[in-house]
Ligand binder design. Structure first.
Ligand code: PLP
Length: 401
């Protein structure tokens, strides 16, 4: 009898996005003449940039020739890409990492899931609340049920306090999805100190790093002294360069970072992750890695920053117009996400229905990111300028009344 891994049965249904789609489809069926605008999902709308496309074409041609064809790659990733990452993402910020501390892969989603497997099932996990829901699901799938939620509220600026009890793994997301808030240097110093004192490990997810605009906000956790001993960093080309459909990411696993056996012996996370990747992942495709390399050319950097500017202008526009309507709005500055406080006496699903039925606009109910997200609503800046304007116009028409 093939039996199931029952940890998978502890997953809550993927209720949020299926419920959103269901309600949207129902509305469209009943209102065939009304075009629904989605400011709901976190996917990009601008196409890949020219430099990236050219690099992909070139790499594809190389694959067609015997002399330049590439088969299985190397687990770590190609050196041509790792060197660029070290230089542009780290050395320019005074962070010095070694080549074998960077692992190229195919999206942070898989990386976050992969690293979590190397930690004991008994570890206590701390999750921000509200936050990207995949963190919780990954741990549920691994049978890890000791989860502590660190609530982000208006009072603490959606940056949770250090937990009062011991935790082993801490997920920090900065800029945060969905609240858009970022950790300051001082706050990160406190987390690194906590992790050191508790032999804990921080998973620092900064896939929205490119959206950071305030000068004093760290772009990498390794800007904090001592972080290499306690933190793994996750970065992705998804939002950096519109690679949501191409899939490329990297993980930083410093060699200073050690885990402990039951008897207190130290083991090296970097070696175990390499081993894990070689068995379960393989390597990111050559064409993809050439595309990612192109992002770091001068022209590539110019192009991706123009795209990010486009989304940031959408974010600022949404924020400004909603504030004019009297809403309290968070995020939208160092982030593509706008975190809107819902008027009193309305749940986030009721607000969803109101926007859909009265404005034909889809967003994401805050409850979908954890119970601390109730009372809030996420809008994204990833749509086109025209659609964003139209959506805000329609929302204004409801709330002006
Ligand atoms: N981390 C956060 C906070 C995200 O919001 C997302 C995707 O939306 C991911 C990770 C996954 O990114 P990727 O496309 O690299 O898998």
């Amino acid at each position: 009898m093939a039996s199931v891994n029952e940890d998978f049965l502890n997953l809550k249904n993927d209720y949020l996005f299926s419920a959103i789609t269901e309600r949207k489809n129902e509305f469209e069926k009943n209102n065939p003449d009304k075009k629904v605008i989605s400011l709901g999902i976190g996917d990009v709308s601008l196409p890949l940039t020219k430099v990236v496309i050219d690099a992909m074409h070139k790499a594809t041609d190389e694959m067609a020739k015997k002399e330049t064809f590439r088969g299985y790659g190397v687990v770590q990733g190609y050196e041509f890409l790792i060197d660029k990452i070290l230089e542009v993402e780290y050395q320019k910020r005074g962070v010095f990492l070694e080549k074998d501390e960077i692992f190229i892969a195919s999206g942070s989603k898989g990386d976050l899931a992969g690293i979590a497997e190397i930690f004991s099932k008994d570890n206590r996990v701390a999750l921000m609340n509200p936050v990207y829901p995949a963190y919780r699901d990954v741990n549920v799938m691994l049978g890890r049920d000791d989860i502590v939620y660190l609530n982000g509220t208006e009072e603490n600026g959606f940056v949770p306090e250090i937990p009062s009890k011991h935790v082993d793994i801490i997920y920090l997301c900065s800029p945060n999805n969905p609240t858009g808030t970022v950790f300051t240097r001082k706050q990160l110093e406190l987390w690194v100190k906590y992790a050191k004192e508790n032999n804990a490990v921080i998973f620092f997810d900064s896939v929205y790093e490119i959206f950071i605009e305030n000068e004093n906000i760290p772009h990498s956790i390794y800007e904090i002294e001592g972080a290499k001993e306690v933190a793994v960093e996750f970065r992705s080309f998804s939002k950096l360069a519109g690679f949501t459909g191409v899939r490329c990411s990297f993980v930083v696993v410093p060699k200073e970072l050690k885990l402990y056996t039951e008897f207190g012996e130290k083991v090296d996370l970097n070696s175990l992750f390499r081993r894990r990747q070689s068995v379960k992942f393989g390597a990111a495709p050559y064409i993809t890695q050439r595309a990612a390399e192109a992002v770091y050319s001068d022209e590539g950097q110019k192009e991706i920053r123009e795209n990010v500017k486009y989304y940031k202008e959408n974010a600022k526009y949404i924020k400004k117009e909603l504030e004019k309507l009297g809403f309290t709005v968070y995020g939208g500055e160092n982030s593509p996400y706008i975190w809107l406080k819902i008027p009193k006496n309305m749940s986030s699903w009721e607000f969803f229905d109101k926007l859909l039925n009265e404005a034909g606009v889809v967003g994401t109910p805050g409850i979908g990111f954890g119970d601390a997200g109730e009372g809030f609503f996420r809008l994204t800046a990833f749509s086109s300028k025209e659609e964003t304007k139209e959506a805000i116009n329609r929302i204004s028409n409801i709330f002006k009344r």
